[in-house]
Ligand binder design. Sequence first.
Ligand code: KIV
Length: 271
Amino acid sequence: MSHYKNVRRVTTRVLQGMKNKHEKIAMLTAYDYSMARLLDTAKIDVLLVGDSASNVMAGYESTLPITLDHMIYHAASVVRGVNRALVVVDLPFGTYQGNSKLALKSAIRIMKETGAAAIKIEGGAEVEESIRRILSAGIPVMGHLGLTPQSIHKFGTYVVRATDEEEAEKLIEDAHILEELGCFAIVLEKIPARLACQLSKEIKIPIIGIGAGGDVDGQVLVLHDMLGITQEFSPRFLRRYHDLSAEIKDAVSRYIDDVKNLDFPNKNEQY
Ligand code: KIV
């Protein structure tokens, strides 16, 4: 039974309450008004305006090219479709690393120009200063560790992270740093389930997993992947809840046939 299904607004405090009461947090990405509205009506807890928009909306190979202006456009569209969910927005590559004043400026633009409730940042100790400064302005921050796609050129591969002791230790240290700084939640992407489970026990703030097993406080997936709109991406952790690409192709083919065969529009579909 859910204690939080009927809350009018999901806040960072609600998410902490969910963790404390062992109620799982459901999070999905969203990039536009219409989808955000549908997901919010279905009572999704958190909507992430992910920089995965760079891949699924703009067709780039990585998340690196998307700009702050693009993210603001997507986030403002999502916020207009939402009444209940907590909207979190990714700070894109190049808007926070190595410069905490720039990080604060980027975060403030997101909060002012979109109406979102929080931002997400990839990395641990190396972005500590940026996180500290953003938090000091009263902006809630979600961390992101493990396979952090903005660092893909450092990793050179999308394989599971933190399988060796050294990387696992650094990840554990980073998670504690994020918690101590005052982040309200942490996304753990593509790491061993055992490590994620250990962290969700050790760390008091909610741990949201993607490819991190079931023993964490919540799950996130990229909407286009779980709906089967994207076809080429099928990692082991991805469960497809629909084959929307087939349905869309079928609907469009039927429309084309109807137009070509003079079947659309009919007498009732004209003025
Ligand atoms: O950008 C994104 O969609 C993300 C999720 C994969 C967590 O960061």
